[in-house]
Design a protein around this ligand. Structure first.
Ligand code: AMP
Length: 226
């Protein structure tokens, strides 16, 4: 089994983060922690967090840093992520969240932050076509449909368009990405923790590029992560 790792995956909405995180979680046998999936589950369950989150999520706005980091740190304190690591998807999304995450992880740190780069014209096309399973979050598209109707191949759940994949919410999310999340690229670069990987081409080709970047980093660190 590949050794574990503590990873963050960054990228615009539609860059393929969800698909890549799933492949990486299988490859490294570490838990995929997606803040978007956790929040969508809270909305579905109708919890107080879900009720608070729904309106902001539908508009494409971000939730508060403290609230997100409380949710994430509670999840990262569980034994699976403590033992083997994690792949964090959708968090951090602001420099303040990144600072809070670094403080929380101390004395350890992230092993690597991967930025998946895809041109905006391409993510817009992908988002318009994206469909997801309401139960397990598996990703599909108008051109890569489930085998039977709109029923998830993985769990049999219903496959639908995300409520925040409207034209208005998509453009707001991309605007927020540029304003609040893109500065994280320089922030992690300055700390020597960033690898930038092209997200164009087949999902398998992108996974190979990411695994190579992770293993190159591990080798540079003498074959071991923290
Ligand atoms: P995602 O599935 O990652 O695109 O997240 C869906 C929505 O959940 C976002 O548009 C935000 O409203 C909210 N969200 C997810 N992660 C975060 C985060 N780290 N900080 C603030 N809001 C978040």
């Amino acid at each position: 089994m590949a050794a574990g790792a503590r990873l963050v995956v960054l990228g615009k909405q539609g860059a393929g983060k969800g698909t890549q995180c799933l492949s990486l979680s299988h490859h490294y046998v570490v838990t995929h922690v997606s803040t978007g999936d956790m929040l969508r589950e809270a909305v579905k369950q109708g919890t107080p967090l879900g009720r608070k989150a729904k309106e902001l999520m539908d508009r494409g706005e971000l939730l508060g840093d403290d609230l997100i980091m409380e949710m994430v740190s509670t999840r990262l304190a569980e034994s699976d992520t403590k033992d083997r690591g994690f792949i964090l998807d959708g968090c951090p999304r602001t420099v303040d969240q990144a600072r809070m995450l670094t403080d929380w992880l101390a004395p350890f740190d992230l092993d690597l932050v991967i930025d998946i780069e895809v041109p905006t014209s391409q993510v817009l096309r992908r988002l318009a076509s994206r469909r997801v399973c309401v139960d397990c979050g598996a990703n599909y598209s108008l051109t890569a449909r489930p085998m039977i109707g709109w029923t998830c191949d993985v769990c049999g759940g219903e496959v639908v368009q995300r409520e925040d994949d409207t034209e208005e919410a998509i453009s707001r999310r991309l605007e927020i990405y540029e304003l609040q999340t893109a500065p994280l690229i320089d922030w992690y670069q300055a700390r020597g923790q960033l690898a930038q990987v092209s997200g164009t081409g087949s999902p398998e080709a992108v996974t190979k590029r990411i695994v190579r970047a992770i293993e190159d980093t591990r080798n540079r660190k003498g074959g071991r992560f923290s």
